[in-house]
Design a protein around this ligand. Sequence first.
Ligand code: SF4
Length: 365
Amino acid sequence: MANSIKELLKQDDFSKDDIVKLLHAEGEEKIMLFQKSAEVKEKYIGKRVWLRGLIEFSNVCSKDCLYCGIRKSNKNPERYDLTDDEILAAAQFAYESGYASIALQSGELESPFITNRIENLLNKVKKFSNGELGITLSVGEQEPEVYKKWFDAGAHRYLLRIEASNPVLYKKIHPDNKKHNFRRRLDCLQSLQDIGYQAGTGVMIGLPFQTTEDLANDLLFMRDFDIDMVGMGPYIEHVDTPLIKYADKLLPLKERFELTLKMIALLRIMMKDINMVASTAQQTIDPEGREKSVEIGANIIMPNITPGKYRDDYNLYANKPGSDNIYDDSVSNLEARLALIDTEIVYGKWGDTKHYEKRRKRGGR
Ligand code: SF4
């Protein structure tokens, strides 16, 4: 077996069967996989990471995803919505700290008020930073004209996780209604690419009902959709969600963590020049989770710069680091931790993907 894995790792791309085999790699085989992905990362990206200051500006959401701690029907979290001034102060902090980019994230709301509010915020961020601060949006499904408005106002990256690329699995983790429609999510991703965003997606790893074949298909989906950025992480169950009833069917957290590392490593080999986030969910399971993800393929870190008093209420999953964060996201702490794996932070640069440039030149979506 070790030999066949060795042979597989000589390839630049994988079939579904190859991926399934590689996701089962253990021991020496797993080490070979991680060595290969680390080499690919060093060659195409370098031993570097870029920062996106994450501002979780509102936990108000109109949707009811069955896995999510801030779903509309959960009455437990205190709902909050940062003021524009608070959002701009956090963006200013990122700018002055040399982060070069921010990511504005919230629950999903669609309305003319939201459209105008975000457009105004984008204009203000662009103005105070002389256009220098890069902006990623992650505010869910919207109409194409809304995406276009925000793109024209300065947002240039958009993260819309598909969460599960198998429509059958998607249906099992979302309510079965018009508001949670797999087709619309795909159409939104397509619109984002068409408009010109660097479009990102991602999945949860270790969901109930999910098979290794599903995970292999998730990677093929990202490759075939030609996405520019990926944020994927382990599924961590939340007690206030309907999916908690399947908690006894889940893989142990440590196995979900390892599976996520393998997914990152495989995607780095398959899509050498995309941006990939080292997720906070990885860090929630293992204090060194982000560094381990960076070592084998991830190149983006999103330090949380949401004002501390709100962080406990953006509780997408259990034990997400909050205001009592034992993980220090300060730049000096990050630098020290990354130095241990011989990786440096690139300041003052957007860190856009070569993949995006090539896709646009090819005239791809
Ligand atoms: S996953 Fe996103 S869209 Fe779904 S309920 Fe949670 S915040 Fe809302």
